[in-house]
Ligand binder design. Structure first.
Ligand SMILES: NC(=O)c1ccc[n+]([C@@H]2O[C@H](COP(=O)([O-])OP(=O)(O)OC[C@H]3O[C@@H](n4cnc5c(N)ncnc54)[C@H](OP(=O)(O)O)[C@@H]3O)[C@@H](O)[C@H]2O)c1
Length: 320
């Protein structure tokens, strides 16, 4: 079943005999029968050619990287998994392969999925969850209650990355202000945000919270916000974590920041694979400390609908 991280999941029907390209796993790979895969913004950006000339590496290209499923074959040097293990995988970004009945994943990008974590919740984790987690790790967030909380803003908090960022920031003891569209205010509040700003209002557009306190960190998941708007809301040593695809003003600010002594900085985030990080996130879901917000689920033969909805950029929150 495909679904998108903010989220549409595509569920693969059992015993469905569809044509698929069978891959034998290499020595360090596992072959997975896919139960669910999720669609991220990067997937349809690749399709639209927005990541040219880097992506995709070669055609034909089967999209999607975030999957959960069952191991059906293992490479000769695989030690961590056996046939029958339920797993979550982050497939290689440049190779994709997730929107298929079977996918080959590297052992090092695969973790076990506990029974308590559903296939759909697991498939929604890799790119969106890791991006949120790694952004918060970059600012020294501790998730064991020992950290010093900061004043954090998460923009586009109703999206795939944002929904995880809000929850993880709260687990890290931060004070969280979040922005989203009108219909998602309750959702984002339910994830733990201390204050939610509707981006259709003047406060939401200027990013100003009710206390007037500036942010130590802004996890910016909304591509359209300018550097000037972000900067004017930062505390003296504040940092923007640029998750969203950078617009012109952000790129300019990033380049200028390398040659000036401005205390207000922007760091561009690039999600990296990380087995330990993925395992950590799966563990949080299992313990009920983190929840995957799933927009919609689709059967595999309606994957195109999930795709269209994700590409719309405003996936509706239809509670399942
Ligand atoms: N750096 C990395 O490694 C990395 C990794 C993953 C994603 N990204 C990028 O991060 C961005 C977010 O990704 P995503 O997966 O979270 O996207 P998504 O799931 O498609 O969510 C987009 C969200 O943006 C919200 N939104 C739209 N316009 C907004 C505005 N003006 N202000 C605030 N929120 C707004 C929408 O909210 P409503 O539905 O409430 O309108 C929607 O929930 C994308 O640009 C993506 O390419 C980067």
């Amino acid at each position: 079943m495909p679904y998108s991280t903010s989220a549409m999941v595509v569920v693969l029907p059992l015993f469905r005999m569809l044509k698929f390209q069978f891959h034998n796993p290499k020595k360090d790979e596992v072959l997975v029968k896919v139960e669910a895969s999720s669609i991220n913004t990067a997937d349809w950006k690749i399709q639209k050619g927005m990541l040219r000339p880097f992506m995709p590496f070669k055609f034909p290209f089967t999209p999607a990287t975030d999957i959960s499923g069952k191991v059906v074959n293992i490479g000769s040097e695989v030690t961590a998994f056996k046939v029958g293990h339920k797993v979550v995988c982050k497939l290689h970004f440049g190779k994709g392969g997730g929107l298929a009945e079977y996918a080959v994943a590297s052992e090092r990008d695969t973790v076990v999925r506990p029974e308590e974590v559903s296939p759909a919740d697991a498939a929604g984790l890799p790119i969106a969850g890791l991006t949120a987690l790694q952004s918060l790790q970059l600012i020294g967030t501790k998730f064991d209650g020992t950290g010093k909380g900061a004043n954090v803003l998460v923009t586009a908090a109703s999206g795939g990355v944002g929904t995880y960022a809000v929850q993880l920031a709260k687990l890290g003891g931060h004070h969280v202000t979040a922005t989203c569209g009108t219909r998602n205010i309750d959702l984002v509040r339910s994830l733990g945000a201390d204050e939610v700003l509707d981006y259709n209002t003047p406060e939401g557009q200027t990013l100003k919270n009710s206390s007037g306190k500036k942010y130590d960190y802004i996890i910016n998941c909304a591509p359209a916000i300018s550097w000037q708007t972000l900067k004017s809301n930062l505390s003296d040593n504040g940092v923007v974590l640029g998750v969203a695809q950078p617009n012109f003003s952000i790129i300019l600010a990033f380049i200028c920041g390398m040659f000036t002594f401005s205390k207000k900085k922007i760091k561009i985030i690039g999600v990296s694979l990380g087995k330990d990080d993925l395992q950590f996130l799966v563990g949080l879901i299992k313990e009920g400390k983190l929840k995957a917000v799933i927009d919609s689920k689709y059967p595999f033969d309606r994957a195109q609908e999930a795709w269209t909805k994700s590409a719309d950029g405003h996936a509706q929150r239809e509670r399942l």
